[in-house]
Design a binder for this molecule. Structure first.
Ligand code: ZN
Length: 133
C-alpha cells in the first residue's frame, strides 16, 4: 500500500461539517460529489498528501445512516491508495482478511474501491482505492 489516501468521516449534516472542517483546516473543501449507489454525498479537503472525506447519508438505508445510528458521527473508514487493486485483494485474502466486495466498484473521487470488513482489521473499516486512469 502506498499511503493513507483519505480518512472518511460520517457526518449528519455535510453543510455544517464543511464549515467546521474549513475552520479547522483553514481552507475550503475542493469538491463535493454524490455517490448515488452508496446513498452518500461526500466532500473532500486536501491535507498534504492525504485528504479528509466527509460523508452524509442521502437516505435511511445508506451505510452512513446505519453507521451514525449505531455509533454516532465520527471516523468511518481509513483509505489506503494502491497501484494494483486486484493484486492487493488477492494478497489480502491470502493473508486472511475479509474482503467485503471482491469486485472493485467505482467510488467517489475517480477511484476504484474495495472494503475490508472491520472484523478482520481490529474494528476499523479499511478502504483500498486505486485511481482510475
Ligand atoms: Zn473513502
Amino acid at each position: 500500500m502506498d499511503k493513507i489516501e483519505h480518512i472518511g468521516i460520517a457526518v449528519k449534516n455535510i453543510t455544517e461539517a464543511n464549515k467546521v472542517y474549513k475552520s479547522l483546516l483553514g481552507y475550503e473543501h475542493y469538491k463535493t460529489e454524490s455517490v448515488e449507489r452508496e446513498g452518500v454525498i461526500t466532500s473532500f479537503f486536501k491535507c498534504g498528501e492525504s485528504k479528509i472525506e466527509l460523508l452524509e447519508a442521502t437516505n435511511q438505508n445508506s451505510p452512513i445512516a446505519r453507521f451514525i445510528e449505531k455509533k454516532g458521527e465520527g471516523i468511518h473508514h481509513i483509505a489506503f491508495s494502491v497501484s494494483n487493486i486486484k493484486d492487493e485483494i488477492k494478497r489480502l485474502k491470502s493473508e486472511g482478511f475479509t474482503v467485503i466486495n471482491e469486485e472493485p466498484k467505482k467510488g467517489a473521487d475517480n477511484k476504484l474501491v474495495v472494503f475490508l470488513h472491520p472484523k478482520s482489521t481490529n474494528g476499523v473499516l479499511i478502504e483500498l482505492c486505486q485511481e482510475i486512469e
